[in-house]
Design a protein around this ligand. Structure first.
Ligand code: 13P
Ligand code: SF4
Length: 369
């Protein structure tokens, strides 16, 4: 694959494959977590988790894509359900000595980078992300070395080692304002790893960008043709799209936004129906905020969008009540990070968090990515 700068074509790296075998393994682990509960099992797991969280001075921070059970538990126990930026902020500011991060590995790593003195546990440390897998640190370092005059900006969905080599880290909630800011300083951007979010930001800002060819296995599957078909059935529905989706899907969107941006969009009192192109775990919060409204999963997979319910992230689905109890009881699945890498990766993360603090009004007003 090649990209073009103003002067010359640039050879992009060949990525390691996120193959079917890897996805099958994640789905098998997810199936074990989500297997039907015996009578009373769910209630006793929930009660045990609440007791263990208290005993261990631990707080549960869950991503919007985790199961309803985990989101509900986080809310009931004084924890938080949030997007990746807010998860990082909350974990950093909360006084608990142990953070339980229900999400995918990069979220646990970000928590540890920001809180070296805290214990960070995850229900399953094997829960990863295709974007993280498709951006190995050695390849990324080579790419940066080959383009020293570019400012490197990496999406939060990357390993600590990749972040350690980057100038900036961004989440989808803050990518656009940060790239606009860098563009105002005439900086050229080397962007990794999500090519769809990268292209979206490039289209919105017009800045010169070299874009890594990674993608999210979930969002890449949304199909414009299927969404158009659904829109015919629900002509008054608004189309909400996460920017990890392909350009032709983004082109259909009424609102393009991070997970928080999309939830905020559903609060619009003038709209009752939404077609949502992101992981359906987000419906828990959307339904909670607007109980009477209709939320439809955007068609995904197959030619033209024949698959109606295959939008789940296999790695997010690996988080469950069963693994959470095991982790709290055993202290297993702790996140550790080499101290040199931690210190280096903290710099671009801190840059993002400082930027977010100083640009609060922009983020609130736009409701956009
Ligand atoms: P947010 O940063 O919007 O929470 O998204 C994280 C993610 O993994 C999206 O697929
Ligand atoms: Fe990664 Fe996509 Fe899963 Fe988000 S939904 S964690 S980007 S694989």
């Amino acid at each position: 694959m090649t990209a073009h700068t103003e002067n010359q074509p640039v050879k992009l790296p060949t990525l390691p494959l996120v193959d079917q075998e890897l996805l099958d393994r994640a789905w098998a682990a997810a199936a074990r977590q989500n297997a039907e509960y015996a009578p009373g099992e769910r209630e006793s797991l929930r009660a045990r988790i609440k007791q263990l969280l208290q005993e261990q001075d631990a707080v549960l921070v869950a991503h919007y894509y985790t199961s309803d059970d985990l989101q509900q538990l986080a809310e009931e126990t004084g924890g938080m359900v949030a997007d990746s930026l807010e998860m990082a902020r909350f974990g950093h500011e909360h006084p608990a000595s142990t953070l339980i991060v229900a999400g995918v590995r990069f979220m646990g790593e970000t928590a540890k980078i920001l809180n070296p003195e805290k214990k960070v546990l995850m229900p399953d440390v094997e829960a990863t992300c295709s974007l993280d897998l498709e951006c190995p640190a050695e390849l990324f370092t080579e790419f940066c070395d080959a383009h020293p005059d570019y400012t490197s900006v990496v999406y939060a969905n990357t390993s600590a080692a990749v972040k350690a080599r980057a100038d900036w880290v961004v989440t989808s909630g803050i990518a656009l304002p940060i790239i606009k800011y860098l563009a105002s300083r005439d900086e050229k951007i080397l962007w990794a790893p999500d090519r769809h979010l990268g292209s979206y930001v490039q289209r919105e800002t017009g800045v010169e960008m070299l874009i890594w060819p990674g993608s999210c296995v979930v969002h890449e599957q949304f199909k414009a043709e299927g969404i158009r078909g659904l829109k015919k059935k629900y002509p008054y529905a608004q189309i909400l799209v996460h920017p990890e989706s392909p350009a032709e899907v983004i082109a259909l969107a009424d609102v393009v936004g991070s997970t928080t941006g999309l939830i905020t969009a559903t609060l619009n009192p003038a709209v009752q129906e939404f077609i949502v192109a992101t992981e359906p775990g987000i419906f828990y919060k959307m339904r909670q905020a607007s109980p009477g409204k209709t939320f439809l999963e955007a068609p995904s997979g197959g030619v033209g969008g024949s698959c109606e319910s295959c939008q789940r992230c296999p790695w997010m689905a690996m988080n469950g009540l069963r693994s959470l109890v095991q982790v709290l009881e055993s202290g297993a699945h702790e996140i550790t990070i080499d101290e040199e890498i931690r210190q280096k990766s903290l710099i671009p993360i801190q840059r993002m968090m400082d930027f977010a603090r100083n640009h609060q009004p922009v983020l609130k007003d736009s409701g956009n990515v």
